[in-house]
Design a protein around this ligand. Sequence first.
Ligand SMILES: Cc1cc2nc3c(=O)[nH]c(=O)nc-3n(C[C@H](O)[C@H](O)[C@H](O)COP(=O)(O)O)c2cc1C
Length: 211
Amino acid sequence: MRTDISDLGTIPASDAAEAADRRRSIRAYEATQIPEADVRELLRLAGRAPSAYNAQPWRFVVVKDPGLKGALSAAAYGQQQILRAPVTIVMYSDMADALARMPESMHPELPRDKREAGVVSFLATFNGKSVEEREAWGNSQSNIALGYLLLLAEAKGYGTSPMLGFAPNKVKELLGLPPHVKVTALIALGYPAEDGFRPHRLSSESLVLFR
Ligand SMILES: Cc1cc2nc3c(=O)[nH]c(=O)nc-3n(C[C@H](O)[C@H](O)[C@H](O)COP(=O)(O)O)c2cc1C
């Protein structure tokens, strides 16, 4: 019996299956603003995603300013959902910061020598790797949190539109992000003003083998 679930938030775990079944990309939004507390809670819960070494390389910029959203839309080849949504989240991975904060990321209940060994092992993993390789690894971890975020938003009644169609250097320049970081996705977020397309997927039977 788990006793440490008091801070899991208000989303019942049983909603995950329904949220996964229901979720689809939403590209038109009500003009209504989203409470900032909801955005903070969504991002806190997205950060509950697991990551190798517990590195947690994901970082977020919440863009609400209309002028900045306009510039972001231009950097995303004019994608209109950025203008229509009250909020667009720029999610990126920053492995330089994750490496620097590794001692903080190690579980405090681990014995000290295990924590220190974990930090050494994590640093060694990236020895001799290029910045691009390192950030690609971080991005693969950040995509786990992206999946969490999309599901959590759906479970809270919000629509989302994840986007990879943007010029990363322009996005970084607009937000003053350091050149080494990797932008994982832009995510428009708001109350849906359309149904979106009915989810269409390859049949899971065609993708799964049991041996
Ligand atoms: C990482 C990622 C990047 C995407 N990039 C874009 C994009 O730039 N523009 C867009 O309109 N849709 C984008 N999509 C939406 C996909 O086209 C969509 O998720 C897919 O067709 C399945 O449809 P659904 O989300 O409605 O279920 C992206 C989705 C993901 C997960």
